[in-house]
Write a protein that binds this ligand. Structure first.
Ligand SMILES: *Cc1c(COP(=O)(O)O)cnc(C)c1O
Length: 233
């Protein structure tokens, strides 16, 4: 497994670097988040031994049970939908919450962070394609949410935006959505949200396109750890 994971990481980093170069960007400005959901702690450690420092989980429960099993210090990201009743457990356990999509959720994270005496870094999850099946707010709503949350809450810091593009055989089909989210990201920075430095876009099937459009953080699972087995428990 270690060898497979090492080869996969090398290949992803190489492809990411080439995409960055095509866009005239420095590959160092792109962070690889290895998405370890449904993969065991040993796989996280295997990837960490290859120098990957950032890991993404989409469920609070799985995150909390995996964290103590990983002995190498790594940075955990919560990338999946977060219910308000799970916020208390998640706050303080991750470096970044990628999936804030309502004022109600932002308020809860703010409140729990204040109680813990910390400031939590968050991203607003944008659903640029307005897909019914996905969480996230539309582009216009994302702008309002970011501005309002930045204004009102002192215990969250809005670091940027996150996008999950629709599934497409050909990533060219979803380039438009990455471009729209990147444009909003630049607009919000200009509007004075100075804490913004993170644009989380791109997964196994489309990370090169996302990088070409300005992504700073790619979330890659399958291309590193292989297919997830949804039948296994
Ligand atoms: C699972 C997941 C990923 C990784 O997807 P792959 O296609 O396996 O790379 C990225 N982002 C989010 C939010 C996810 O839930």
């Amino acid at each position: 497994m270690q060898e497979t994971i090492r080869n996969n990481i090398d290949r992803v980093l190489e492809r990411a670097a080439k995409a960055a170069q095509r866009a005239g960007r420095d590959p160092k400005d792109i962070t690889l988040i290895a998405v370890s959901k449904m993969h065991p702690a040993e796989d996280v450690e295997a990837a960490a031994k290859c120098g990957v420092l950032d890991f993404g989980e989409n469920k609070v429960q799985e995150l909390l049970s995996k964290q103590p099993l990983v002995e190498i210090p790594v940075r955990w990201h919560l990338i999946g939908h977060l219910q308000t009743n799970k916020v208390r457990q998640a706050v303080g356990k991750v470096v970044l919450i990628h999936s804030v999509d309502s004022m109600h959720l932002a308020e809860e994270i703010d409140k729990r962070s204040a109680a813990a005496g910390i400031v939590s870094d968050i991203l607003i999850q944008v659903n640029a394609a307005q897909e019914e099946s996905k969480f996230g707010v539309g582009l216009n709503e994302a702008e309002a949410l970011a501005l309002q949350a930045a204004e009102e809450f002192k215990n969250i810091r809005i670091r940027g935006l996150m996008e999950i593009a629709p599934y497409a055989e050909d990533p060219e089909e979803v380039r438009i959505y990455f471009r729209q989210v990147a444009k909003l990201y630049e607009e919000l920075k200009s509007a004075g949200i100075t804490s913004m430095d993170t644009l989380s876009m791109g997964m196994s099937g489309d990370f090169e396109t996302a990088i070409e459009e300005g992504s700073t953080h790619i979330r890659v699972g399958t291309a590193i750890f292989g297919e997830r087995d949804y039948n296994k428990k």
